[in-house]
Design a protein around this ligand. Sequence first.
Ligand SMILES: *Cc1c(COP(=O)(O)O)cnc(C)c1O
Length: 715
Amino acid sequence: MEQLIDRVFPNLPERIRGLGYVAYNLWWSWHPEARMLFKMIDRQAWKESVHNPVKMLRELPGEILEKVASDPDYIKYYDAIYARYKHYVNSKGEWFWQHVESPNSSTIAYFSAEYGLHHSLPFYAGGLGFLAGDHVKECSDLGVPVVAIGFMYPEGYVRQKIREDGWQEGTDEKIDREFAAIRKVQDENGKHLIVQVPFTEPAIYVALWEIAIGRVKLYLMDTDIDHNIPEVRKISARLYIGDIEKRLKQEIVLGIGGYQVLKTLGIEHSIIHLNEGHPAFAVLELMRDQIKEGKNFDDALSETRNRSVFTTHTPVPAGHDVFPFPLIEKYFSLYWPELNLSKEAFFELGVNPETPGAGFNMTALALKTCRFRNAVSKKHREVTQKMWQGLLKSGASYSGEIDYVTNGIHVPTWIEPKIMLLFNKYLGPDWIDHHDDPSIWELVDEIPDKELWDVHFGLKNKLINFIRERVRKRWIEDRINPSIAMAEGVMLDPTVLTLGFARRFATYKRANLILYDRERLKRIVNNRWRPVQIIFAGKAHPADSPGKQVLQEVFLAARDPEFAGRIAFVEDYGEQLAQYMVHGVDVWLNNPIPPLEASGTSGMKASLNGVPHFSILDGWWIEGYNGENGWAFGEEIVDDDRNEVDARAIYDILENKIVPLYYDVSSEGVPEGWVKIMKAAIKSNGPRFSARRMVKEYTSKFYGPALAESHKIRT
Ligand SMILES: *Cc1c(COP(=O)(O)O)cnc(C)c1O
């Protein structure tokens, strides 16, 4: 680490050398006081680095750094924050160690195909990644001893550009690792550590990278190295490859390679946690280890089950990976003898009894080999039980219930700093330390309406300025057509009631639902005295043509002069734009086809910041909605076309409830009825849909009991 700091930041004066360490730990990303430490050096440079301290410190001229190093005010602040940082990373964290019995040697290996951590680290596609990122950040805060494993996708990032006709084009952008908070793991000779994935032919090697996330380490595997033949190099190129064989290879690397990485690093783990089915091959490795120790298969399976946790996220059947048996045979024929299994018995591990001929199903494998299994909301558990009833009710050793742990968001990551200051003032300065306790949130009522409203209005302005600035840049640099500039939001008006809709453009999310009755929507948005505007953002998967068509429909509506510039589509949705949007719109709209949204998390981010959720009753909102903290629709069971019913519900609620309430302002210009809903949204959802509540539940339901099992086995 010392050498890295010397090499990467040669201009960094000794007195403030700690900045180098802070820059290389994402701890800064969820501590506003640490972000301030960088921003104070040079606001403009901070902005130009897109809030990425590694990039900023690398690029700043030495004189500027020398200047702050001799500024007593800066030094005072630096010393305080650096001490706080050191205290954080050098302590174990308390909660976990106070609440779990005999937690020695209790590392939890967390496997996920993607992580959403910060926009400077684009290894994510969407919700699954942010859930993983928020999970590990919270584990860090609570002291849960997690080690995370994932992929480095060198071409992970598809920058979204929309053509004039509304069609999404992707341009690949290779991430520049030299400018991100990520570093090579070195072997004893100081060389980049390379690990061979067992049982691969031709051999697959991965190079290891490391990201520090507070107290947690995330190891990322990269196949794009000289040791590999060209086709192998491409394995980790990008997320969720469509080609089934490449995808199988990816999952072999993630599960089997990931397990080997832990061994190579000498990390003893007691538990494996699979975030979704992609990394499920890891449990085979845990079994193989037991069998090598002399256990028979049944005993090895039983111990593996006691030590493995599986979280399923997908109520869409096509979202579960199923590999044809011949392909499994091609890659695993040397593997099953190691487990003392016949080919048939090995295949059986991945069979869903309801569709035995379909192939090797990764979710079936995970369900059969993990005793601790959960869905991600109450409703999703019901859907999952039904979807997998053949397996869960088969009478085999793996039969039984699936539990649920409703998703949550990492509050320090998603709260807007000015909202945080408001909470510090009215909930007490240490509210953040107890933020999963609902009783402290009662004090939200103490915030004067005007104060909350003014902060919110400021954030809305900030969002709209951010969007306009982006369009301005495209206007200058790309010479875009004026109607494209309209579509991308130049006409947005901060005084107008603003709905936000930002998520992946998968068809089931129905981004175009609000366009169902265009004439009615035109009347709503164009109301002379009480207009409405809608900001859309989101990417379609590069291989998802129907998703791209929905996006095109939305984009063309945004271009249509009849909508008067009140519909905007903002390009290139990512973590940064998500932050601006969940902080700055007035209402968060969500209308997937139920029950296909397992949980959803963006609405939680919005609610935390006083942006009420306006959503169909699906996923987390079934648990979250209480009649006064937002709006809900879609209770009806509709067999055929539910678009019409749901669209009508949206228009009715907008016209009859949302619009009148928003525009009913006091003499001071504050919409008091509205602010009441904002407060109810914050109060009810803040504690309950926090990653803190979530990780505590994972610990009490799964990690604790699984650790107890693993200690029993060992002693
Ligand atoms: C939170 C988040 C998501 C997930 O949102 P959903 O509500 O699950 O659709 C996706 N992308 C980004 C950038 C996010 O911040």
